[in-house]
Design a protein around this ligand. Structure first.
Ligand SMILES: Nc1ncnc2c1ncn2[C@@H]1O[C@H](COP(=O)(O)OP(=O)(O)O)[C@@H](O)[C@H]1O
Ligand SMILES: [Mg+2]
Length: 402
């Protein structure tokens, strides 16, 4: 009798092998970019602010700040060997806010603001808007948590991580979705190089959660749609604002995001294709809200805003569409548009935001223009957030914003 043929070890097919090789090379490139973004001392650093900017951020004059430094109420800032101030870190700015009593935190009775930056299309600027909004709010002194709900981990990457290398699935939302015994999401909330800005990172494994959740929800556990809301409730006492960056599709995670959020920000580039897909998004949103209501998980957004992203007003077609959008959405559309900015692109190529660029990559003018539009958009959102906090009503009136 013939000996049974020995089973040849299974070799990966050439296709599999070549995809694997390309993947490894890409990871290498990302690792290099991540390492470049690490500054002195081997860690990423958030920006420093000159004293004139600090005065504006803290709400006191430069003279008052110098006075407080002199009499020791606040720590004196580091100086160079020539006696020049190095600039204040965000942590130092926040210490000043504490000393001067100008922290803008919500009162315990004000509801935490949970903003879903959602559109079911990819590439519309969700992650860009989410990361920049979170950092802007941190600069303004709020306690912020950015939750990356997308397995592609773009927001996570903008904080200098290579999701596939640096993040383990146990550090993401994944375990919380899987394990109903868990009662707190605190395990996934990590500090960032920004004072008072925390991140729940994502990596590819979160993609499995989509399927697992879908299967369990359709079997018998509709309560799972509430899981993210439960997780956020377990950490919300520590924050003023939670920003959710969801995946670009209508799946169980996106449903959970809708359920967990109390405000909706829809980024939308002013092109016909994006307008069309946003219209589809609205149809799906309508059905989603209906479904959640039927399942006794009603969604209650205290505000919905549309923001034009990646806009180029030089293009007549875009100008026309912007006009149309303004007519359609009325005051639900932010007045400021987020322009397509070479500096935002340049920053993201360095796994950073424009708020972190140590100096302009193209020209000072392009950089300042990018920042101006971004700050305009974020300022409008900040007002929207504060309008939801009764303790801020008085101040908003005094600032002429109500
Ligand atoms: N205003 C902008 N100016 C220039 N580039 C932008 C702008 N907004 C987004 N981008 C770029 O477009 C790409 C997709 O943006 P991203 O925020 O990841 O979209 P999404 O999260 O909706 O998929 C990224 O490369 C990002 O850097
Ligand atoms: Mg994204």
């Amino acid at each position: 009798m013939d000996k049974p043929a020995q089973k040849a070890p299974r070799l990966p097919s050439p296709t599999l092998q070549s995809v694997g090789e390309i993947y490894a090379k890409c990871l290498n490139v990302l690792e290099g970019l991540r390492n470049q973004a690490i500054q002195d001392g081997g860690v990423r650093q958030s920006p420093r602010f000159p004293i004139t900017r600090v005065a504006d951020l803290v709400g006191r004059t430069t003279a008052a700040i110098r006075e407080a430094e002199k009499d020791g109420r606040i720590a004196a800032v580091e100086r160079t060997s020539t006696g020049r101030r190095v600039g204040y870190t965000l942590a130092e700015v926040n210490q000043m806010r504490e000393a001067f009593g100008t922290r803008p935190w919500r009162d315990a009775d004000d509801p935490v603001s949970i903003i879903a930056v959602q559109n079911f299309k990819g590439g519309v600027g969700k992650s860009t808007v989410s990361a920049h909004l979170a950092q802007y709010l941190a600069i303004r002194g709020y306690r912020v948590c950015l939750v990356d709900c997308d397995s592609q981990g773009s927001s996570t990457a903008l904080f200098g991580y290579v999701p596939d290398l640096d993040i383990h699935e146990d550090e993401t939302l994944y375990p919380f979705f899987r394990n109903m015994e868990m009662t707190s999401l605190a395990y996934a909330v990590r500090e960032t190089h920004w004072d008072n800005l925390y991140l729940v990172p994502a990596n590819l494994k979160l993609y499995s959660a989509e399927y697992e959740l879908a299967a369990r929800i359709s079997r018998s556990e509709p309560r799972l749609l509430n899981r993210l809301a439960e997780g956020l409730a377990s950490i919300s006492d520590h924050f003023d604002v939670i920003v959710l960056d969801p995946p670009p599709a209508l799946g169980t995670i996106s449903l959970s995001v809708m359920r967990a959020a109390n405000a909706l920000l829809v980024p939308m580039p002013p092109t016909v294709i994006d307008f069309s897909s946003t219209t589809t998004f609205l149809a799906m949103l309508y059905e989603t809200l209906q479904l959640l209501e039927e399942r006794h998980f009603p969604v209650d957004f205290s505000w919905i805003r549309f923001v034009a992203t990646r806009a180029d007003e030089q293009k007549s077609m875009q100008r026309e569409l912007l006009g149309l959008m303004r007519n359609l959405f009325g005051d639900k559309m932010l007045r400021t548009v987020l322009r397509d900015s070479a500096e935002i692109d340049n920053a993201s190529a360095r796994l950073m935001t424009i708020y972190e660029l140590p100096s302009p990559v193209t020209s000072r003018e392009t950089y300042v223009r990018g920042l101006t539009y971004l700050n305009g958009v974020n300022d409008e959102i900040e007002t929207q957030i504060r309008m939801g906090w009764p303790s801020h009503a008085e101040r908003l009136r005094a600032e002429g914003k109500l």
